[in-house]
Design a protein around this ligand. Sequence first.
Ligand SMILES: [Zn+2]
Length: 369
Amino acid sequence: MKCYEIFNFIENWAPKGIAWEKDNVGLQVGSAENVLTNILLCLDLTEKVVEEAVKKRCSLIISHHPLLFRPLKKIDTQIDKTSRIIAKLLHYKITVYSAHTNLDFTKEGVSFKLAEKLKLKNLRFLHHLESNQIKLSVFVPFSHIDTVAEAIHQAGGGIIGEYSHCSFRTIGTGTFKGSAKSNPALGNKMNLEYTDEIKLEVLINSFDSSKIISAVLNAHPYEEVAYDLYPLSNKNVNYGIGVIGQLENSMSEKEFLNHVSKSLKNKNFRYTAGNKRRISSVAVCGGSGSDLLETAASKKADAFITADIKYHTFDEALDKILLIDAGHYETEIFSLDEVQKRLKKFLVNSNNKVYKYTGSTNPVNFFNI
Ligand SMILES: [Zn+2]
């Protein structure tokens, strides 16, 4: 097995096309053609992580945060730790791949795992991604309607929330007149033909469009396939930022703070008191999500848990919503469990192991006397 098969598997769940446009997801170092031995998962790629990968004979490291974010001007192994990491990776032929904001924005991704850890139920995205979808209309003769529809669905078209195979079909009459050089699948060239056709309409992700169009062209019997692509301004219900859910039983603020501390194994965190109401609806966003404070409040969340919160953001939340900064590392680390679970299932019939880094890559410490 080659590393790119793992990339494809992950991108089926967390497509690169949904990542933040300034992000740098995907292959970081090495080759997608590298033969897979074992996999090591981590949030951040440090020299110690590379050492553990070498010990465990891993040919692939999947790191949540991309190793390469800003352009490197030089590779200087004397003074720069990223350069040293790259040199080591190339020396040991280890490939590095990152699934970052695409893992944040997908179902069962970073915020879903955080919400599950807090035992929230009835999970929904807090904020859907802006439109990145297209309506595909393709005109198909009756004989090939199911073949063409299935080709679109197999290539990832027609998914709306928990429903797959979504389409709309309208019966109509198609007309065409082939030139002397044409080779029509129906009727004769140089003759005006009238034929029963179905207009098949399907919602597709814009980043899947070339894959889906080639699947349509392969499955469709016509020499020239008539299809239209319409841009949409719908929000994408399949992907989003942050999650909102409910506690099984409501808690006081103090009980909830205890619950957060125990669930995330986090003894120290910052918070600002809400409006003293009981906590039942909770919004979360793993990592830096303080921009979602207003959204969480407008969706009537009693508490919002995220990380990297500024002083003035705490001030904005005061007496409105219980705002908790539970730490960047602490709100994201549980996502590795889901990546590991999925990869283990995918690799069940192979000898490849999927490890999580045994140490901590959290650069933040708390000082206690
Ligand atoms: Zn992060």
